[in-house]
Structures are given as structure tokens and as C-alpha cells.
Design a protein around this ligand. Structure first.
Ligand code: G3P
Length: 217
């Protein structure tokens, strides 16, 4: 399972990279705005900064909603750095754009996916990644994990190469459940990743080991 961090915060990206388990970064316009990154050039510069911190794929989202605009933006984004993946929304024009980039071997991340049908068409168009938003489904009383499970089944049925990127992860258990189901990638906040290594018995055990060592010295 690949671990992506879902933030535009450079300190958190660096902390995750230093942990040694990071495979990439996802961002979106909301995450950029949260860090106070506004304006076209500042956002572009920020993507390059992120690429310089991490080794893996960095999703950069287009703002256009028409085919021509997405192509223009996506081509410019992909030229910024070899690690850039063009993030495209699951809309009709977006599907065409994903197909266009797929034909050119430019990596894409199909975002804002909330149904199996959307995931199926993203795979047919040749998306590199498909991003089902599990937290936002949970928010509206719909089982986000079930969607991951259904997409796994459909992709396995036909051998689709598109990687399932579980997005809108809100906490550590989401990661564990997605790993059990077989999501290829998860993207979540740093806290959800750090939660994986915590266990009170580890802390108690270590405290005792160190106390016993001191007794003998
Ligand atoms: O990766 C998608 C993510 O940024 C959305 O997360 O928490 O805003 O639903 P959230």
C-alpha cells in the first residue's frame, strides 16, 4: 500500500518524508488555500517546492472545467516536474481529458469520485489513479469503505490497471480498513499516518525495559 500525505503544508510533508514511509502527496485548491497559497504563480511555485521535498508522485489539480482548458493547464502542470500527476475532476469533460493524457502517457488522478460507475469510467479512460472520497461519503451516512470494496471487485474483475487511491481519509482506522480491503494507495493527514505507530503497551513496555536496564547498572 502506498502512503500519500494529503496536505499542502511543507513542514508536514517534510515530517512525513523524514519518517521514511511516504510515497507521494495529494493537494487540492482547498488545501492550498488553507496554507494561504493563493494566486496562479504562487500555487505553481508551491508544487515545485513539494516535488523537491518528496520522491514520489505529487497530484496537482486543474481548475478549468472545459476540455481545452484542462488540457492547457494539465500540460503546463506536467511540464513543471517529472513527479507531477495531473488531477482532474470526474466530470464529462474531465473523462475526455483523462483519455487525452493517458494517450500521451501523462499520469492522471481522477478526483471527486463517489460511485462505482464513476470509478469504472475513470479506469476505462485510463486514469493512473482514481480517488474515491471515503470521509465525505461517511459524512452523509453512506459507507465510504464499501465503495472502496466495490471498486476493488470491479477492477479485479477486468484487470484494470488504475490504482485505487482512497482519499478523504480522516483517521487511522480508515487507513487500516482500506489496507484490509486492498486499496492501492491511501492519502490522509499526517496525524492519521502517525496514529498507525501508536500503542500504549509499546510505551509501557519500553518504560519497563529502560527502568530494568537502569537497575542493573
Ligand atoms: O484527498 C481528498 C481530500 O483532500 C478531501 O478530504 O477531508 O476535505 O474530505 P476532506
Amino acid at each position: 500500500m502506498k502512503f500519500f500525505i494529503d496536505t499542502a503544508n511543507l513542514e508536514q510533508i517534510k515530517e512525513a518524508q523524514d519518517l521514511g514511509v511516504l510515497d507521494g502527496v495529494t493537494t487540492n485548491p482547498s488545501l492550498m488555500a488553507k496554507e494561504g497559497i493563493t494566486g496562479h504563480q504562487n500555487i505553481i511555485d508551491h508544487y515545485v517546492k513539494i516535488c523537491k521535498i518528496v520522491d514520489g508522485d505529487v497530484s496537482a489539480e486543474v481548475i478549468s472545467t472545459d476540455f481545452k482548458g484542462m488540457i492547457k493547464e494539465g500540460e503546463a502542470l506536467s511540464k513543471l516536474h517529472p513527479q507531477i500527476v495531473v488531477k482532474i475532476p470526474m466530470i464529462l469533460e474531465g473523462v475526455k481529458a483523462i483519455k487525452y493524457f493517458s494517450n500521451k502517457s501523462i499520469k492522471t488522478n481522477c478526483t471527486l469520485v463517489f460511485s462505482v460507475g464513476q470509478a469504472l469510467i475513470a479506469a476505462k479512460a485510463g486514469a493512473t489513479y482514481v480517488s474515491p472520497f471515503i470521509g465525505r461519503l461517511d459524512d452523509v451516512s453512506t459507507d465510504g469503505l464499501n465503495l472502496i470494496s466495490e471498486i476493488v471487485t470491479v477492477y479485479e474483475n477486468y484487470g484494470f490497471k488504475t490504482q485505487i487511491l482512497a482519499a478523504s481519509i480522516r483517521h487511522t482506522m480508515h487507513i487500516i480498513d482500506c489496507a484490509k480491503i486492498g486499496a492501492d494507495v491511501m492519502t490522509g493527514p499526517l496525524s492519521s499516518i502517525k496514529g498507525l505507530l501508536k500503542h500504549p503497551l509499546t510505551d509501557i513496555g519500553l518504560e519497563k525495559f529502560l527502568a530494568d536496564f537502569k537497575k542493573g547498572n
